[in-house]
Design a protein around this ligand. Structure first.
Ligand code: GLU
Length: 428
């Protein structure tokens, strides 16, 4: 393959899967089933003004429970990406051992160029196209890149209108007032922090000794920076899609989020601050501008990619200086980069474990919707922590016993669980 042609996210999934298949000695027949999605639904959806978009729902595997996974609105969302993300969802749900399968949806659109009204129309049109295939006992979507609780609210409403019944369990990540769960907003980041702290305990490191760089200040990235800051880590670099900032002395993520909200981006906030236009106590001390590429290679202890896939590649992996990578994004590290990081003794806490807190609290939300009884935030946190620590413990031990990376250990454990369910159903 031409070295300059990036492999697709799905090709990357197949590569990791094949490693696990070898370790587990899976038969061709079983492997074939794990290489293919059970159902792929595509549609052309249109909204007023004559705009139309490609829409997708990939239902990868439901051996362990209903399909589960978010919907992303992104210009680069395509069937290859959605398929890979759906497969990762099946693995992720099995890693944390919740009774759900894997699916993913998408709309190929640029939400930054759409009005609020148009976004609502896209959300409702996606549901009209996919309604026959989803439902609380079939397939339960949720938020992903550039979708949020409000979009989930419109989607639930459209589904309920079509079906003429109340069905809050059709979708998770909803606003609290529409049956969302306490703790869902910060769940992806919080789950990752529980796992990271557990790992640091194992290696005898304290938060106060460690510096962190976070790529992507979206939902997962912002909460991660904020929770880690409150835990005592020093946040020295953050970025969004337009660029980032670095401050050796550390920064308070809440202030950075304030600047981003006021000025549109982190870089614009830095410019405004330098011109004296942004209230200085609401920004960090003396940051300098950096690019996203520089952030990945910055001198720090913990790197948190929390934006898009395939940012750590064969080209830049050798320049990574962090000793731990906490993958809050889905698929941020290519298999080639993984090999380089492993050779350089950099520990990667893989996406399917690190960001599984999101779908775990989605699972709680679905349970609460079905039983129509809601839990306090403290209950959610206790349950989330239990599930994350059980999973990290399983994976850390399995990786250590078998001398394999945490990603391989996660995949092997998850594939084993999925195959067990497939066998018990007589599918293989
Ligand atoms: N989009 C999130 C993920 O990739 C959450 C999925 C969900 O809650 O179903 O894990």
């Amino acid at each position: 393959m031409d070295k300059n042609v990036k492999k697709t996210p799905f090709e990357n999934y197949l590569e990791i899967l094949s490693d696990s298949a070898n370790i587990l000695d899976l038969s061709e027949n079983v492997l074939e089933k794990l290489k293919n999605a059970q159902n792929i639904h595509t549609a052309e959806i249109s909204i007023s003004g004559g705009k139309s978009f490609h829409a997708y729902r990939v239902q990868f595997n439901n051996a362990r429970g209903p399909f589960k996974g978010g919907i992303r609105f992104h210009p680069e969302a395509d069937i290859e990406e959605v398929k890979a993300l759906a497969a990762l969802m099946a693995i992720k749900c099995a890693v944390v051992n919740i009774p759900l399968g894997g699916g993913k949806g998408g709309v190929q659109c640029n939400p930054k160029e759409l009005t609020e009204k148009e976004l609502e129309e896209v959300a409702r049109a996606w549901i009209r196209a996919m309604e026959p295939f989803i439902g609380p006992e079939k397939d339960i979507p949720a938020p992903d890149v550039y979708t949020n609780p409000q979009i989930m609210g419109y989607m639930m409403d459209e589904f309920e209108k079509i079906q003429g019944r109340s069905a809050p369990g059709v979708i998770t990540g909803k606003p609290l007032a529409l049956g969302g769960s306490a703790g869902r907003g910060s769940a992806t980041a919080q789950g990752g922090v529980y796992v990271l702290l557990d790992y640091l305990k194992k290696i005898g490191k304290k938060p106060s000794e460690l510096t962190v760089a976070v790529q992507g200040l979206g939902n997962a990235g912002f909460y991660a920076a904020d929770i880690l800051h409150k835990e005592g880590f020093k946040i020295i670099a953050v970025s969004d899609s337009k660029g980032g900032i670095y401050a050796k002395e550390g920064m308070n993520p809440e202030n950075i989020a304030f600047g981003k909200k006021e000025c549109g981006s982190i870089s614009a906030a830095l410019e405004a601050k330098n011109k004296g236009e942004l209230c200085s106590e609401k920004t960090c001390c003396s940051p300098v501008a950096i690019t996203n590429a520089q952030l990945l290679e910055i001198e720090c202890d913990i790197l948190v990619p929390a934006a898009l896939d395939r940012v750590l590649t064969e080209e830049n992996a050798k320049n990574v200086k962090a000793s731990i990578i906490l993958e809050l994004a889905n698929g941020p590290t290519t298999p080639e980069a993984d090999a380089i990081l492993e050779a350089n003794n950099i520990v990667v806490i893989p996406d399917v474990l690190a960001n599984a807190g999101g779908v775990t609290v989605s699972y709680f939300e679905w349970v609460q919707n079905i039983q129509n009884f809601y839990w306090e935030e403290a209950d959610v946190q206790v349950k989330l922590k239990n599930i994350m620590l059980k999973a990290s413990n399983d994976i850390f031990n399995f990786a250590e016993e078998n001398k394999i990376s945490l990603r391989k250990a996660s995949f092997v454990l998850a594939v084993k669980r999925i195959v067990t369910a497939m066998k018990l159903r007589g599918r293989v």
